[in-house]
Design a protein around this ligand. Structure first.
Ligand code: BDP
Length: 594
């Protein structure tokens, strides 16, 4: 499914803006089909999560369906086109209604879906567009969760194992777009390098089998056409190719056209393509055959008021801050981010570890922390075959959407699953196989949870890179830097001794209240965060297999309400409104000079 693009043959009408908004049924009930104008005074911005927009606890806490509605018009000039409504994300379950008809449904909160409405609304006519969105998580969804009913009030609440707040709604753009009746459906590019030659293997899918020709042009950044080729599959060869390097992006436009029998162009689509290679060799991570060391963050799509709403101002500012720090990479913890973010990373040479929304596949973690009476995770009543089917779909949709991004160097198929519990291997083996089958060119990882030590973990041998999330000095050895240092080193050497694989520390950090100071360097102070990061860095520099460090987290973010979080998770190097804590300088000094 290609992202909408404006070309002489395709058009886009943005449906972002204010939509009518209303709460629907609570809990996991099936949404009533929507056949009427919404009777409501509420208007909700799109894109934005709805939770923090209104001064209404009921909306903030709502579990179940909500409705968004607006009028839209199919431009009269589209009468010979095919046209679709596209929803970039409906978190977590979305339904599109055109007037009284349900026309599309999608489960999975962070990947796009669309509805072809050509047969339903003629060009030049308006229609009522309703999008129903449910935020319910069950043990058969990714991420998983469960619904509970409060004993005295009967209030329905959503329980989940991840600590970020379950923001919901239409947090990314909605659009109406057109394509020619005969159009390019998908393009896949895989790049390779042979000496100074860049190779682009490509595969083009068109909407209906065609006798028309497929023409390929590869255009460089100066607008020069460097190659012409033809056919739906092949290899385009660029002599003296300029490579895409971390921190030094270079993108060719891989342009595909359908050419009619009279030589007129019927459709065209362009994929920004960075020529680069990614390999894992022994304990090294190679980009363009050179060892790469990841510096950067685990992030979240999170900001005040908007929740997970895509906002280009925050996006550009976050990239600016990362650049200021000398960060060369980030992980899309814990779900695929808006596609605009991936495009931006491609254009600016930022390396991405791209993650599915499979967070919380562990019943021993309650809102980010271990609980004593831990229940087994992989059971028929818990994370089961149906969960795995949803997980497979999440892997498919992530790779289908992001396969052409040069910035994406690795797929992370889960965050902190119970990889030390019985059943983990059986659960994960088919998922690892699927990821490799869908993309044989990128390494596959998952991020490993602290309790699943190198002695207990049951699945890491199946993955290409060891990604570890560790909180020595915070959740364990709290405040004891020396003790934590020894424990961390022992753990890293343990992994290194067991596997000949690169290690990326994909999470490490400490909750820190901006402005809280302590001459004793006590936990929660800015001084402690600095001391803890310094300690981790000393250890990383002593362990050869460590090929990267991504601090948890780029910025403070909103979490599920609980007794261990005060207005969110405070492990940010920046506050939620992007003011630096002292540790920003620590990281900047280290990353700008390595
Ligand atoms: C890890 C999770 C991350 C949490 C973090 C924390 O991967 O989502 O926010 O811990 O507790 O377990 O801060």
């Amino acid at each position: 499914m290609l992202k909408p693009q404006q070309t002489p043959f395709r058009d886009i009408v943005s449906l972002d803006g204010l939509w009518k908004f209303a709460l629907g049924s609570s809990g996991n009930e099936t949404a009533a089909p929507w056949t009427a104008p919404l009777a409501t005074n509420l208007e909700c911005p799109v894109p934005a999560s709805y939770n923090d927009i209104f001064v209404d606890r009921q909306i903030h806490d709502h579990v179940g369906w909500v409705y968004y509605q607006r009028e839209a018009i199919v431009p009269s000039g589209w009468s010979h086109q095919q046209y679709l409504v596209r929803v970039e994300a409906a978190t977590h379950h979305g339904r599109i209604y055109i007037n009284d008809h349900l026309v599309a449904e999608h489960v999975g909160g962070y990947t796009p879906f669309e509805a072809d409405i050509t047969g339903l609304v003629s060009a030049g006519n308006s229609f009522r567009l309703t999008i129903a969105v449910s935020n319910v998580l069950t043990h058969e969804t990714i991420p998983p969760g469960r619904i509970e009913v409060e004993e005295f009030t009967g209030k329905i609440t959503q329980v989940y194992q991840h600590d970020f707040f379950n923001y919901a709604g239409l947090a990314r753009s909605v659009s109406l777009y057109s394509v020619p009746k005969q159009h390019i459906q998908d393009i896949r590019v895989v790049t390779n390098v042979d000496g100074t030659t860049g190779l682009i293997d490509y595969l083009v899918t068109v909407s209906n089998s065609t006798t028309e020709r497929i023409k390929i042009n590869v255009v460089d950044e100066d607008g020069r056409n460097v190659i012409e080729a033809s056919g739906t599959r092949g290899t385009a060869t660029i002599d003296s190719a300029r490579l895409w390097h971390p921190g030094d992006a270079y993108l060719y436009q891989f342009q595909v056209s359908i050419v009619g029998s009279d030589d007129s162009i019927i459709d065209t689509y362009s994929v920004a393509t960075g020529v680069r290679t990614v390999k894992v060799s022994g304990n090294q991570f190679l980009i363009n055959d050179k060892p790469f060391y990841f510096t950067g963050f685990g992030k979240h799509e999170d900001s005040n008021v908007r929740g997970k709403g895509y906002d280009p101002a925050y996006m550009v500012h976050d990239f600016q801050l990362m650049n200021w720090m000398g960060a060369n990479s980030f992980r899309t913890s814990h779900y695929p981010y808006a596609e605009e973010v991936m495009d931006f990373a491609d254009r600016h040479g930022i390396v991405v570890i791209d993650e599915t929304p499979a967070v919380g596949l562990s019943y021993s973690i309650g809102a980010g922390q271990s609980s004593e009476d831990s229940q087994q995770t992989f059971t028929p009543e818990g994370i089961n075959n149906k969960t795995r089917e949803a997980h497979k779909q999440a892997v498919r949709e992530l790779i289908a959407r992001d396969k052409n991004h040069a910035s994406v160097v690795m797929w992370s198929i889960a965050n902190e699953p119970a990889s030390h519990e019985a059943g983990a291997r059986e659960y994960f083996a088919p998922l690892v196989d699927l990821a490799h089958e869908l993309d044989s060119t990128r390494p596959v990882c998952f991020t490993n949870y602290g309790d699943a030590t190198y002695e207990l973990d049951r699945i890491s041998d199946m993955f290409n890179v060891l990604c570890l999330n560790r909180y020595f000095g915070w959740y364990t050895q709290t405040g004891e830097i020396e003790e934590a240092e020894a424990a961390l080193e022992k753990e890293l050497l343990g992994w290194e001794g067991k596997y000949d694989k690169p290690i990326v520390m994909t999470e490490y950090g400490a909750d820190t209240i901006a402005g809280l100071h302590s001459v004793l360097g006590l936990p929660w102070s800015e001084e402690f965060q600095v001391e803890l990061l310094d300690m981790y860095h000393r250890v990383f520099d002593r362990v050869e297999s460590v090929v990267g460090e991504q601090v948890w987290n780029f910025a403070d973010f909103q979490a599920a309400v609980g007794v261990s979080r005060v207005d969110g998770n405070k492990k940010g190097i920046f506050t939620r409104d992007r003011k630096p804590k002292a540790a920003a300088q620590t990281l900047r000094n280290r990353w700008r000079h390595t």
